[in-house]
Design a protein around this ligand. Structure first.
Ligand code: NDP
Ligand code: GDR
Length: 345
């Protein structure tokens, strides 16, 4: 029997790579999508197979983190072996504008899922998408025993979710793990996160479509890895003998300024001519530097990242240039696997 996975956040960057990865491993994948007036499934269109076709292994269900009853009824019907909880209001700057909504989804949404699993008596394994943002102002490099000092409503909400997963593990014996992931990026990264904002701007400026890109604080340091490698780490955490928490990171930090240099240099442009400051992108409290130590994931799970930031930058700039030249869409930046439909109906 194929293993069954339940994925929240399947339409996001990580959800799309994870769905691809799990389908490749033979899983049946159930994802929840939010009802919206426009389609929000572009990142997974290439994976979609009409459910009426025999052999379809990816199924989408309407659901929302604010609707605990719906989450419970879906879990009760699907009865997954593994739950990957990736959905969240994931934008740190936006969390200052919408703190209540961020807490409602990113924090309480996690509690609703764990409580539904407990009440239904499911023995599924649970992955919580925890974040390096929980470390906030904590000393470098950060690992599993570094203290949390969140600096945003998003970071606080993720810390609540982290401790909730720990608590359900300790109190009820649930196989719940926290993957504490440092920033990971890709051509599928949302366009308002700084890496993708920059690589997309490079492509557009190079093509003569834009003159400038407006940014906030470019002195901050982040540890940027490649998203497909991180979703494999999530899966490895759920295959371990016992539940535990793991940091995933490259171990190297680069400033946004250095990211700009790498990205513009790649196409022979000088970033200082094109980048402008806009204080709308400055946060009320900033996380100055995050650099992770993933030694535990390496030794316990055999996980290690191959793509470092300089290579990631080139890969993302090249993808944005190709996308622009192809008229905008490039979600299928890796070929679909045999037997998968590439065209949704
Ligand atoms: P994205 O922002 O790309 O995707 C977020 C996903 O959550 C989308 O599928 C979105 O759906 C869904 N979602 C948002 N709100 C709700 C809701 N109320 N109900 C149901 N679904 C909802 O995030 P990433 O893929 O980058 O990240 C995945 C997870 O990992 C997130 O929890 C994020 O906070 C966390 N994380 C990410 C890191 C990173 O560097 N990428 C690092 C550490 C943690 P829709 O498409 O409809 O908006
Ligand atoms: P982050 O990612 O906050 O680390 O959260 P983001 O790319 O938004 O910001 C990184 C750093 O760049 C600075 N910055 C800007 N950021 C954005 N978005 N736009 C700008 O114009 C800009 N200018 C400078 C920011 O101030 C910040 O310091 C991401 C998300 O994926 C979270 O969900 C995840 O938990 C963390 O990474 C780890």
């Amino acid at each position: 029997m194929a293993k069954r996975a339940f994925v929240t956040g399947i339409t996001g960057q990580d959800g799309s790579y994870l769905a691809e990865f799990l389908l490749g491993k033979g899983y049946e994948v159930h994802g929840i999508i939010r009802r919206a007036s426009t389609f929000n499934t572009h990142r997974i269109e290439h994976l979609y197979v009409d459910p009426h076709v025999s052999g379809a292994r990816m199924f989408l269900h309407y659901g929302d983190l604010v609707d605990g009853a719906r989450l419970a009824s879906l879990l009760s019907t699907i009865r997954p072996d593994e739950v990957y909880h990736l959905a969240a209001q994931s934008h740190v700057r936006v969390s200052f504008d919408e703190p209540e909504y961020t807490a409602e989804t990113t924090a309480l949404g996690t509690l609703k899922l764990l409580e539904a699993i407990r009440r239904l008596g499911l023995s599924c394994r649970f992955y919580q998408a925890s974040s390096s943002e929980m470390f906030g102002a904590s000393r470098l490099p950060q690992n599993e025993i570094s203290p949390f000092h969140p600096r945003s409503p998003y970071g606080s909400a993720k810390a609540f979710a982290y401790w909730t997963a720990c608590n359900y593990r300790e109190a009820y014996g649930q196989f719940a793990v926290n993957g504490i992931l440092f920033n990971h990026e890709s051509p599928r990264r949302g366009e308002t996160f700084v890496t993708r904002k920059i690589t997309r701007a490079v492509a557009r400026i190079r093509a003569g479509l834009d003159e400038h890109v407006y940014l906030g604080n470019i002195d901050v340091i982040r540890d940027w890895g490649y998203a497909p490698e991180y979703v494999e780490g999530m899966w490895r955490m759920l295959q371990a003998d016992a539940p535990d928490d793991y940091v995933l990171a490259t171990g190297s930090g680069y400033s946004v300024r250095e990211f700009l240099t790498l990205a513009f240099d790649h196409v022979g442009l000088d970033w200082e001519r094109y980048v402008r400051f806009d204080d709308r992108y400055v946060r009320p409290a900033e996380v100055d530097a995050l650099v992770g130590d993933a030694a535990k994931a390496r030794s316990h799970l055999g996980w290690h990242p191959r793509v470092q930031t300089p290579e990631l930058v080139k890969l993302m700039v090249d993808a944005d240039i190709s996308a622009l030249e192809a008229g905008g869409r490039h979600w299928i930046d890796r070929p679909a696997l045999p037997g998968w439909s590439t065209a949704p109906s």
